[in-house]
Write a protein that binds this ligand. Structure first.
Ligand code: AMP
Length: 416
């Protein structure tokens, strides 16, 4: 398999799928350029090695050509970070001449791929009451033109790099299908390589003990991960709103805490499986409860199974945290996904924020720590620990699916 370190880019044009889907304010100024910064090492490497770049990305969820979602708004930042002038093709299907004229060291950015329905391969503009037949016919039309779309993108370049982990779980033209046109000239960028390596290390070759901390609101959205991890971890810590579905499954009294009644059987089967496999499953035993979802609510600490009506669990307790700390400090590999409380409300954010610090400490003591999922990533970043854990995954949905053990189309297209 090719990598950007081994591939000879001299005189080659590389088409690179990046994730420049950055948030913009009402004046089209970038409010967080993390994703642009993340792609820079890959882009610079190609230029340093004598290649030229055709960069492609999506921005937002346009339903057609929409000025608001034009990638022209972000050119200034790409130029600033790359230190090179960036040419712009305002129609990603009409960049032949610009691509052909690119010289080594030059950069061309294509307009938002999602201005075309073919990028995602999903029909647009279907009437809400369209019949199944009509939907099927419309899909067939887009799928047919998707081939031409993909072929056109591929025709601009000599090699293909995928560095957009955030869309690796989608089988889109630019994230997966295009790879077929470069059987011997396709590779991952550094972002993709880093994400894959970090998650593989946790799933396949962890130093033990391996501890997973899974939080967040819903069992239903984390069940795939839990089921995949339960065969691999030594300790499973469950925190956040998910806990109360487990507590109810055990017959506890959870007051007004968040609970998914339709997941109670699932919770029971997870606990049974953990027991059978000899895995230690640690629920948030003593919790902070509140009588309202607000920063000036009344609060108290109680056992997770003794929550009075009118009160709900909103964070872990110092006692639970100390107990978790004991487990984490003995662990050699730690995965954290999902907040341990309603961390958007400062009063209920204590344990989520403290967990960020604990993982930084564990990393300093030699553990491999992987943090993923929007809220846990926000917590480590806000607390200033993003550089102090081993890896922060920005993959979102792609990371979840990879942790669930699913094969991601963007990875398969390159690895085969
Ligand atoms: P998820 O997207 O599943 O990772 O869930 C994240 C959300 O879970 C955040 O918005 C948290 O506020 C929420 N959450 C965490 N703990 C609780 C809790 N005890 N009660 C209600 N929501 C919670």
């Amino acid at each position: 398999m090719q990598t950007i370190d081994t591939y000879d880019f001299t005189g080659k044009k590389a088409i690179v799928r990046v994730d420049f889907n950055v948030p913009l304010d009402e004046n089209f100024k970038i409010t967080d350029d993390t994703r642009i910064r993340a792609a820079i090492p890959t882009l610079k490497k190609v230029l340093e090695k004598g290649g030229s770049l055709i960069i492609m990305s999506h921005l937002g969820r346009p339903k057609g050509v929409t000025d608001k979602y034009s990638l022209k708004h972000i050119i200034y930042r790409v130029e600033e970070k790359l230190g090179v002038k960036v040419q712009f093709a305002d129609d990603c299907m009409k960049a032949d001449a610009q691509a052909a004229a690119l010289k080594p060291g030059e950069v061309l950015l294509l307009e938002n791929l999602r201005f075309y329905a073919e990028e995602e391969g999903k029909p647009r503009g279907l009437a809400e009451d369209a019949s199944d037949e009509e939907k099927k016919a419309a899909k067939a039309v887009v799928k047919a033109s998707q081939k031409e779309f993909t072929k056109k993108l591929a025709s601009y370049a000599d090699c293909y790099i995928n560095d957009a982990f955030g869309t690796a779980h989608r089988a889109h033209a630019s994230t997966a299908l295009i790879a077929d046109y470069f059987p011997n000239d396709k590779m991952f960028g550094y972002v993709m390589e880093g994400e894959i390596k970090a998650i593989d290390q946790v799933l396949n070759t962890p130093a033990r003990p391996l501890t997973a901390i899974i939080g967040g609101a819903k069992v239903s959205s984390k069940i795939g991960i839990i089921e995949n991890l339960i065969d691999r971890v030594d300790n499973l810590i469950i925190g956040g709103g998910m806990v109360y579905t487990f507590v109810k499954a055990l017959g506890g009294k959870i007051g007004n805490s968040i609970c998914e009644d339709d997941q109670i059987e699932v919770a029971k089967s997870i606990m049974k499986k953990a027991e059978e496999k000899g895995i230690d499953l640690h629920l948030d035993r003593k919790v902070l409860i509140a009588d309202a979802f607000s920063n000036d609510a009344n609060t108290q600490y109680v056992k997770n199974s003794e929550i009075p009506d009118g009160w709900e669990g909103v964070d872990a307790s110092p006692e639970t945290f100390e107990y978790w700390k004991g487990i984490i400090s003995k662990s050699k590999t730690i995965l954290w996904n999902g907040p341990l409380g309603v961390f958007e409300i400062p009063k209920f954010a204590t344990c989520t924020n403290k967990m960020a610090g604990l993982l930084a400490e564990a990393t300093e003591n030699g553990a491999f720590t992987l943090v993923g999922g929007g809220d846990s990533v926000a917590a480590v970043t806000q607390m200033g620990y993003a550089e102090k854990v081993s890896y922060v995954s920005t993959g979102g949905g792609a990371m979840l699916e990879y942790l669930e053990g699913k094969e991601l189309p963007g990875i398969k297209a390159i690895r085969g």
